[in-house]
Design a protein around this ligand. Sequence first.
Ligand SMILES: *Cc1c(COP(=O)(O)O)cnc(C)c1O
Length: 374
Amino acid sequence: MKPKRKINLSETILGKEEVNAVCAVIDSGWLTMGDQVMMFERSFAELHGVAEAVAVNSCTAALHLALRSLEIGPGDEVLVPSLSFVATTNAVLYVGASPVFVDIESLDQPHISVSEAEKKITVKTKAVIIMHYGGYVADMSKWRAFCDDFKITLIEDAAHSPAAEGVGQTSDASAFSFFSNKNMSTAEGGMLLSRDSEVIRKARRLRAHGMSSDTLTRHKGHAFSYDVNQLGYNYRMDEIRAAIGLAQLTKLKKWNTKRNEISKIYRELLENGRLGVRIPFDEKHNSTAHLMPIILPQRTERNKLMQSLKEDGIQSSIHYPPIHQFTYYREKFPNITLSITEEFCRRELTMPLHPLLTVDDVQYIVDALERALN
Ligand SMILES: *Cc1c(COP(=O)(O)O)cnc(C)c1O
């Protein structure tokens, strides 16, 4: 019998650079909202070809600030995917607006469908949040045109797609995550990008309690007091996380490339369709390859399959249980049917994907999958 392996869904890759960066911050004696945060914002914005960024303590906070800064609130409707992490739509509820769920295009193109979105437009529709599922970038020119036609705001939940080509460049705001299992990590953390300097200015204030001057400005003696003219939050990022982020940022593009290479190996070994398994999106789709989703054959018992993979030391997961079917959402928004999203979520299985996987690991995983499917 082959020796068993332990293959996790994702791995955080932290090394000497991160350790040194953290030590330097501790030695500096300044722990939050200082030079590291400023440099992290600048580098992240530059990497995406956008003028300004606001570092925060999560992507959820970035989504919340995006909606607040774009003045979306009570009475407004926001078109959203149900195939996403629950934070996407929770943020809409935080500002008192209503999420309006839109079905995905197809099992092969699991982004929300433009034509379905159009059917759900009302006079109350103020924005759409698109999510780059698995790191596969949605058609931004199509969404920009859609939003221009209906005069609504375009927000990207870009938690899966940092440094992807075109991300953050055409929308009104985009939100990124540095949670531990994302393509780059600061343990917890997030970033807001916007091409609109007014959105950035508002987000900066809301990040720090709605105060008119920040900690560093007061520390440097440029301001002695401050005013509060709106309800803000504490969504600040600290220097330690920003320093880790700066170190991770130098490796992000290399990791994204590696992820794409590993996805390609999966695609080759699974020969799209050989085991009755389908792989969403085309191999050449612009992607950061955050996830490795596969669509199982119609009547596969997914839990049994996951258990069998687990016995081979392989962790798998589901992205995602549909948001509209969670108890909280079902009670708030009853009788919603999104047939393609529901089928996708019933049949989807997420395989391990991270830059440390080898060709041999992928072969081992695909062999185990094949045995389990038979
Ligand atoms: C992880 C994730 C979030 C939330 O990110 P946090 O940084 O944990 O707040 C939001 N949306 C999507 C699609 C995600 O995958």
